[in-house]
Every structure is written in structure tokens, then in C-alpha cells.
Design a binder for this molecule. Sequence first.
Ligand SMILES: [Zn+2]
Length: 139
Amino acid sequence: MVTKKIPKDHFVINITKEILKKRRIVQSQEDLCFHVLNRLRKYDPKFVLSPRRVKNLVIKIPNIEIKAKTKKMPKMTKLEQCPVCKKKVDNIYGKNLLNKKIHIGYICRRCGYTTDLEALMPMKYLFLWKNKNKTLFSK
Ligand SMILES: [Zn+2]
């Protein structure tokens, strides 16, 4: 029986930043997860990671822009309150490939809870590194 280990958020975030900074663009959340997990397993082969978790952490990284490609227009599932701490949640926006702003999920500014609309809406994501010095050390 192999024990699995869940890497800490900040660890995943740091490795994701390194990868995006180097590669500039990653074409899907599965690709991104693959690269991050590869790196994580050099520290501990028992680490596990899901593509959705990586993406939900990326949402919190100001240097990384997420572009989402959808076949249909997003259907709104209303989430009013954070399920963790009950604070009102904010919408998270991304851009689609035409640079149009689209609603992709929710974030709680108090506890950091994030969720996406993917359950309703299968999407393909692009992850882009934004080279802006002023935000480099903000997270
Ligand atoms: Zn919360």
C-alpha cells in the first residue's frame, strides 16, 4: 500500500510559478499539472496533484493569466456565500481566446476558498506568464 502525500499550497504555487516563468505558456491544465507534479516528485515521489487543484491555485497567482476556451457561453451558477466561512464571494474572471472577459469561478477574499464553473462547463485553459515586475513579489 502506497501512501499518498498532498503537497502544501505554497509549494505547488512556487513550482507553478517557476514552470510558467520558464515556459511562458502552458496549453492545458493537464499539461501544467504534469509539469508541476514531475517537479514535486523530485522532492517526494508520493506527492499527488490534480489538474483542477493546480488551476484553482493558479487563480491566486497575480503573475499568471488564465485564458479559457469554451464552446458554449458560461451558464451562471450562483454562489453567494463562501461555503467555508460564509463571507460573500467575488467572481473570478478570465479571458477567452478572443480576449473577452468571461466569468470562470468564485473566490472568497477572506479565507482563500476558490471554485470554478467547470462542473457545468468543460473548458480548455491556457496559462500565460505575465512579466510585470511590480507584481513579482506580491504573493
Ligand atoms: Zn471564505
